[in-house]
Ligand binder design. Sequence first.
Ligand code: SAM
Length: 354
Amino acid sequence: MPPEVHAGEGLSPSGALADQFGRPLRSLRVSVTDRCNLRCSYCMPREEYVWLPREELLTFEELARMVEVFTSLGVHDVRLTGGEPLLRRDLPNLVEKLAANPRIRDLALTTNGLLLAEQGEALKAAGLHRVTVSLDTLRPERFLKLTSRNTHADVLAGIAAARRLGFPNLKLDTVVLRGVNDDELADIIEFARGIEAEARFIEYMDVGGAVDWSLAKVFTRAEMLADLTKRYGPITPIEEDSSAPAQRFRLPDGTVFGIVASTTTPFCRRCDRCRLTADGFWYLCLYAQAGVDLRRMLRGGASADEIAARITSVWQARADRGAELRAANGERGVFIGIDQLRLDPHLEMHTRGG
Ligand code: SAM
C-alpha cells in the first residue's frame, strides 16, 4: 500500500487533487460488467473465464454513490465500459442516475456496438453524452476470425444507430494487429469520414488478458503513420494541450484521426485516468497488480467522507507509470500469465475496463 500523505499536499495548480507527479484526479472509467459478447483474440481469447461473483457487483445505487464521491473530489469525466457495458441489464437507469450528477461534464460509453441499435435511443434519452465504438475491421470474415462471433453486421448497425441518434464526437477505436488488420487503416479512416466520426488506432497492449501478446505483433504508431503517409501524403500532428490518450493527426485533406500509442510511446506522465471495476475495486493504472477495495468500505457502512479520505490519500501517494516501466523492459513478453489471471480476474482487461 502506498504511504499516506498529509492534507494540504497533493493539489494540482488548478486546485484538483494531484498525485506525486502532479496528475489530477479527473477521469474515471467505470466497468459495469466483466461479461462480454465477443471473444477478441487480443483481449478475451478463451471461451470461459473466472467471472466476478454476481452478488459482488455493485448495484446502480452503489455505483452512483461511488461516482458521487469521486466527482466530489474533482472527477468530471466518467466513461462506462466493461466487459461489454450494454450487457448490464437496464444500463439506461444507471446513465440516468449519473446524468443527474451536475459535476459530470462528460458522460461517455465505450462499447463494441453489438447492442447499440437496440439500446442507443434509451441511452440517449437517459442523458448519455458520447459514444465510442470499437471497430477492428470492416470485413465480416475477419471479424469472425478475430472475435469468434459472426455478428459484424450488428456492430455496423450499432454505429449507424449512434450516428442517427446524433451522439456528438463519435469515435471508432481500432486495435491494430500486425498481419491481422494492419491493411485496413485507410479503409477505416474513409469509413469514419463517411459518417463524420473520428478513427482512432490503438497499439496492441500487453495488458492482462493479452496472453498471446508479443512485441512482433504490435503495429506501431510509426508504422501506422508511414503507411498512411504513403496513401495520403504528409500528415500533420495536431498540437493539443490534452490528457486524452490519443495523439491526433491531420491528413492533407483535413481529415483528423488519432493514435493511442501506449505500447511504444507511453503517456504515463499526463495520464489522469483511473478505473472502478464492477465489483468496486479501484485501479490507478491498467498495469496495476493490485486495486483498492472500495466495495468493502461501502458495504461496511463507511460514510462518503471516509471513502473520499481513502481515495484522497491513495491518489496523492500515486506514483505509478505502468506503461513506461513496461516499455523500459528489454525482454518484454506476456505481462500476466494465464495461471495468475485465473487466480485474480481483476487483472484482466475485460474486468478492469479498457
Ligand atoms: N466491450 C467494450 C468495447 O469493445 O469497446 C468496452 C471494453 S473493451 C475492454 C475496451 C477497449 O479495450 C476496446 O476498444 C478494446 O479493443 C480495447 N482492448 C482490449 N484489449 C486490448 C489490448 N490488448 N490492447 C489494446 N486495446 C485493447
